[in-house]
Design a protein around this ligand. Structure first.
Ligand code: BGC
Length: 371
C-alpha cells in the first residue's frame, strides 16, 4: 500500500513509500481493527516535521509515516471487537501509553515520560497511508451525519481538553461562570477554539496577525458572532480597553511573546490556556515581571499548558461537531478549504501547507478514499 513518509530531523524529505498492508492480527488479543483511511488533515506539526524540526522514527525504521488528523472506515475487525462493525466511520486518537502512572491509567496525554509515542509524530507510524490497523481501544465512532467534518475532530480534541481542564481546574472557585473569552491565533485551532467557546455561549474576541480586510478566517469568525481584530492594528492592552479583561484566554498563535501579553489581559480569577508548541529559542526583553506576578497573585489568576487529548476529549469533540451543525450548519465545512485527492499528490499538499497564507488555506487534507 501507498504511504507518505519523512526522514525525521532532515529537511524536505517527504515522499511516497510502499508498505505492506497492515492486518487485524497485528494487534493482540483479537482487539484489532483494520481501517481504510478516508481523509488525513495536515497541520503545522506535519510542516515542522518535514522541515526537520520535530519527529522521531519508530524503532527499527529510518523513516516515519506522517499524519495524525484522521478519518477512516472500518474494513475488518478482530474477534474481540464488539463496539465497531465493518463500515463504521472512525477517528483514531494520536498518543499511545508509555510507562508513567498517567499512561497506565489511560491518561497518556498527561504522561511524564520524556519519550512519548504519537502516531505520525513520535515513534509510531501515522495515518497518511491507505490503511492502518489499531486497537479498538483507541478508536472513536463517528455518526454518519457528521462524517464530512470529522477530519477536524483531532484538532478539536486538543481544544476540548484545554477547555474542559480549565473548567475542572476552576472548581477551585466553587462557582466560575466565564462570560468573555479571547482567542489568540486564528488558524485552524483558533477557529475551532472560537467555535467551542461560542457553543458554550461565551462572548468571544479573536485576534490574528492578518489585516481584517479580505481575511476569510475573520469572515468565518464574524458569521458565528466572534469579533476579529488584527494584532497589527490593536495591541493586546488596547483590546482590553475595548472589550474588558477576559475570563478565559486560549493562546494558539505559535508565537510565544503573546503569552506574556495574554497574562496581562486576564480578568480576576481568570484562566489562560497555552497550547502553542513553540520549538524555537526566542527571548524577549521588557516583560513587566513584577506587574504580571502581582496581578496573578492578587487576582487568583491561573495559567496552564495543554497538549494532546485522550479518549474523553475526542468524545466531547464528537458532541461539539454535532452541536455545531445544529447551531451553525455548514460552518465547519467551510474550514475544509483545500482537498488533495490521492496520496501520490503529496507535493501539492505540502506546497499548500507551506504557503498557507498565500493560498488562503485553512485546512488542507488528503482525500485518500471517497467517503
Ligand atoms: C497534535 C497532538 C500532539 C502535539 C505534540 C499536535 O499537532 O495534534 O496530538 O500531542 O502535536 O506532538
Amino acid at each position: 500500500m501507498k504511504a507518505i513518509a519523512v526522514t525525521p530531523r532532515q529537511k524536505d524529505t517527504v515522499r511516497l513509500v510502499e508498505m505492506d498492508k497492515p492486518k487485524v492480527a497485528d494487534i493482540p488479543n483479537g482487539r484489532g481493527v483494520l481501517v481504510e483511511v478516508l481523509r488525513v488533515g495536515a497541520c503545522g506539526t506535519d510542516r515542522e516535521i518535514n522541515n526537520g524540526e520535530y519527529g522521531v522514527a519508530p524503532e527499527g525504521f529510518d523513516f516515519l509515516i506522517l499524519g495524525h488528523e484522521n478519518l477512516g472506515r472500518v474494513a475488518e475487525i478482530g474477534e474481540n471487537v464488539k463496539e465497531f462493525a465493518v463500515g463504521d466511520f472512525v477517528v483514531a486518537s494520536v498518543r499511545r501509553p508509555g510507562k508513567s502512572i498517567y499512561d497506565l491509567i489511560g491518561e497518556q496525554d498527561m504522561t511524564t515520560d520524556d519519550e512519548y509515542f504519537e502516531r505520525g509524530i513520535s515513534r509510531l507510524h501515522g495515518y497518511m497511508a491507505e490503511f492502518y490497523s489499531e486497537s479498538a481501544d483507541w478508536l472513536v465512532k463517528i455518526p454518519p451525519a457528521i462524517v464530512e467534518i470529522a477530519a477536524l475532530l483531532e484538532p478539536l480534541s486538543i481544544i476540548e481538553k484545554g477547555i474542559s481542564q480549565a473548567f475542572e481546574t476552576q472548581e477551585r472557585m466553587k462557582i466560575w461562570r466565564p462570560k468573555t473569552a479571547a482567542v489568540f491565533g486564528t488558524g485552524t485551532v483558533g477557529l475551532l477554539t472560537a467555535l467551542a467557546f461560542r457553543l458554550r455561549n461565551l462572548e468571544v474576541h479573536a485576534f490574528g496577525k492578518d489585516k481584517r480586510e479580505g481575511y476569510f478566517n475573520a469572515d468565518l469568525l464574524e458569521e458565528i458572532g466572534v469579533t476579529y481584530d488584527s494584532t497589527m492594528e490593536i495591541s493586546t492592552a488596547d483590546s482590553v480597553k475595548k472589550y474588558g479583561e477576559y475570563d478565559v484566554i486560549f493562546e494558539c498563535t505559535g508565537y510565544s511573546p503573546i503569552a506574556f501579553e495574554a497574562m496581562q489581559a486576564l480578568n480576576q480569577n481568570g484562566v489562560l490556556i497555552l497550547s502553542s508548541v513553540t520549538g524555537g529559542d526566542r527571548k524577549i526583553d521588557q516583560v513587566p515581571a513584577d506587574k504580571i506576578n502581582q496581578q496573578f497573585v492578587l487576582g487568583n489568576r491561573l495559567m496552564f499548558g495543554t497538549v494532546n487529548a485522550n479518549r474523553q476529549h475526542f468524545e466531547m469533540g464528537v458532541k461539539d461537531l454535532a452541536l455545531s451543525e445544529a447551531m451553525y450548519q455548514g460552518w465547519l465545512n467551510k474550514m475544509l478549504t483545500h482537498k488533495v485527492e490521492g496520496l501520490e499528490n503529496f507535493g501539492k499538499l505540502f506546497d499548500i501547507l507551506n504557503n498557507a497564507a498565500a493560498n488562503k488555506a485553512i485546512k488542507v487534507y488528503f482525500e485518500v478514499n471517497k467517503i
